[in-house]
Structure formats: C-alpha cells, structure tokens
Design a protein around this ligand. Structure first.
Ligand code: CA
Ligand code: CA
Ligand code: CA
Ligand code: CA
Length: 141
C-alpha cells in the first residue's frame, strides 16, 4: 500500500467512524416486523445493542444492583431518575429481591417508555427513547 492509498484509507476510516453515531435512533430503525410501533421484543433488541446492561453490570452476575446502576450512570443519574421516576428501581424489581435481572430491566424500561400502557411504543413515546439514546443521553454508554 502506498502513502496515498494509506492516507485515503485512514481518512475513509475516520469518516466512517464519524458517520456512525452511537445510534440513528429513528422509530424505523428499531421496527423490524411489519407491525406499527415498537414491540417489547424490538425494544429489547434495540436496547441490548447499546450494551448498557452489560456495561453497568460490574460483577457480571446478570443483575443490576442499585449501586451498579448508580455507578454506571454516574452524572446521568439525575436524568435517569427524572425520566423514569424516583421509584423506578423498586417498580422494575418485580420479584422484590433488591436486584434487577435482565428481564426485569428490559420489561421495566419498556413499560416506563410506554406512557399509555398499550404494549406498543409508538411516536411520540419513541421520541423520548431517541433522545435518551442519542449522543449524551444516558443509553449512550
Ligand atoms: Ca414493530
Ligand atoms: Ca451485577
Ligand atoms: Ca429482581
Ligand atoms: Ca404506547
């Protein structure tokens, strides 16, 4: 590879890195079936792609303790609490074991975004998801 093509390749890689934001969070990016809106399965797939759960689960036990969540969120703690309500941890902890498993996590987050509780996240509910996943949002881990 000569210098010119090396430079081009480097520039191309830089462009691609820049052009690939954490998520192009439009409702259609997550909507993979032919049903309107985001189902819980579609939502889970999209949110898993952020890697947030694994990232915050410091001891890798597939559970998020309150401490792990606080630690993982860091300065985004306030925004997270504002979005989901101060009592979110207890309400997501469906089996009351003071830990949030993966199913509890994804179900809890999903129902929190589903403001009208119709089991589908549609616009404008997805607008909140997009905001939180975009650069600087708390899912942008
Ligand atoms: Ca759908
Ligand atoms: Ca853990
Ligand atoms: Ca639990
Ligand atoms: Ca809804």
């Amino acid at each position: 590879m000569n210098i010119k093509s090396l430079t081009t390749a480097t520039a191309l890689a830089a462009t691609m890195a820049f052009a690939a934001p954490a998520f192009a969070a439009g409702v259609n990016d997550w909507n993979t079936d032919n049903e309107a809106g985001i189902s819980s399965d579609e939502f889970r797939t999209g949110l898993e792609d952020t890697g947030a759960f694994e990232n915050w689960d410091a001891n890798d036990d597939k559970m998020l303790s309150q401490d792990e969540l606080n630690e993982g969120l860091g300065e985004n703690n306030t925004a997270f609490g504002t979005r989901f309500g101060e009592g979110y941890y207890d309400s997501w902890d469906a089996n009351d074991d003071e830990n949030i498993g993966e199913d509890e996590f994804y179900d809890g987050v999903y129902s929190s975004y589903d403001a009208d509780s119709n089991k589908v996240i549609e616009e404008p509910e997805f607008g909140d998801v997009g905001d939180d996943i975009g650069d600087g949002g708390f899912w942008d881990v």
